[in-house]
Design a protein around this ligand. Structure first.
Ligand SMILES: Nc1nc2c(ncn2[C@@H]2O[C@H](COP(=O)(O)OP(=O)(O)OP(=O)(O)O)[C@@H](O)[C@H]2O)c(=O)[nH]1
Ligand SMILES: [Mg+2]
Length: 302
């Protein structure tokens, strides 16, 4: 009989490199929100992939970046804490851009902190790159971290090379039995998913600093006898001037956000959803440790 493996794989890298896209692809469901804007992911999110041979728990993390606000610092802390706990470190970058300094910074930091887990480098977005540029970029990452176990170019969006990635990752996981039920694919509650799906639509609809100063708090989440979910959520904005921009003419902006989030949730959860949204101004919530804690953004990973 072959060995059964179980373990966690931290997906680490700069914002916007495609960590959440890759995890969703592997899991086959939109468990993490994805937008073209950096700093979309704010929490540690698990995506659980189960086969006969292994249970692979992907740990999606916020992109590592510099930011002065408490929210930014907490997000980065979550990413590093996830790295410390993982069995395998998957370091991701955007292959369509020149090699950035983040990969070397990460490797240095892991060495300083004695993190000796196997490392696998992922060069994402190869669908965007001219073929002749890929090989030198791959060689640059290999030269930077020759002790890594693998350097894998792929496209999370197109789903190319995923089998190769999964095979490699599985090989470096420790032996062990599955921990999660085979039907589970994330650790997030439906309530958390609802908040994230609303925030995704806010990120897609809003520009400049508005999305980064927005949070979503689900205030009421109930299920009626027919299985329909009734969700009431507040969108927190960082300044009075953001409120009308979010609401739009005669509430059109909010309607669009609500309708798109509701449809996405219905698809994910496979049940009808009623969603009511409000906007509340709470200036500088993103720089207050206590408020962040209340919103589940305190920087601790449990
Ligand atoms: N062309 C192309 N775009 C991709 C690919 N993977 C992700 N993207 C796009 O890159 C953008 C960022 O993707 P995310 O998955 O949100 O990136 P992330 O690393 O999770 O970002 P943060 O959560 O901000 O750290 C989105 O617009 C994705 O559609 C890919 O393989 N090819
Ligand atoms: Mg993300």
């Amino acid at each position: 009989m072959s060995i059964h493996r179980y373990g966690t794989i931290a997906l680490l890298g700069r914002p916007n490199v495609g960590k959440s896209t890759l995890m969703n692809r592997i899991i086959g469901a939109r468990v993490a929100i994805v937008t073209p804007k950096p700093q979309t992911t704010r929490h540690r999110i698990l995506g659980i992939y189960t086969t006969d041979r292994a249970q692979m728990v992907f740990v999606d993390t916020p992109g590592i970046h510099r930011g002065r606000q408490q929210l930014n610092r907490n997000m980065v802390r979550v990413a590093y804490a996830a790295a410390e706990e993982a069995d395998v470190l998957a370091i991701m970058q955007d292959a369509s851009r020149p090699l950035d300094t983040m990969t070397s910074q990460l490797i240095e930091r892991f060495a300083e902190n004695h993190l000796r887990q196997p490392r696998v480098h992922i060069l994402n977005k190869v669908d965007k790159i001219e073929k002749s540029l890929l090989l030198p970029r791959l060689q640059a990452v290999q030269a930077l971290d020759p002790e890594a176990k693998a350097w894998i170019p792929l496209s999370a969006r197109k789903g190319t090379q995923l089998d190769g990635l999964l095979k490699t990752l599985e090989q470096w996981l420790p032996e062990g039995e599955a921990v999660y039920d085979a039907e589970w694919f994330t650790d997030q509650s439906q309530r958390q998913l609802a908040a994230e799906y609303v925030r995704e639509q806010v990120f897609l609809a809003m520009h400049q600093e508005i999305p980064f100063q927005t949070a979503v708090d689900v205030e009421s989440f109930t299920e009626d006898d027919d299985g329909r979910l009734h969700i009431e959520a507040v969108i927190l904005v960082g300044s009075e001037s953001h409120k009308p921009m979010l609401i739009g003419k005669r509430g059109a902006g909010m309607k669009r956000i609500g309708s798109a989030a509701r449809k996405g949730l219905q698809t994910l959860l496979g049940r009808p959803v009623d969603l009511r949204l409000w906007v509340k101004v709470d200036s500088n919530w993103f720089d207050h440790p206590m408020k962040l804690q209340d919103l589940g953004l305190g920087g601790n990973i449990e």
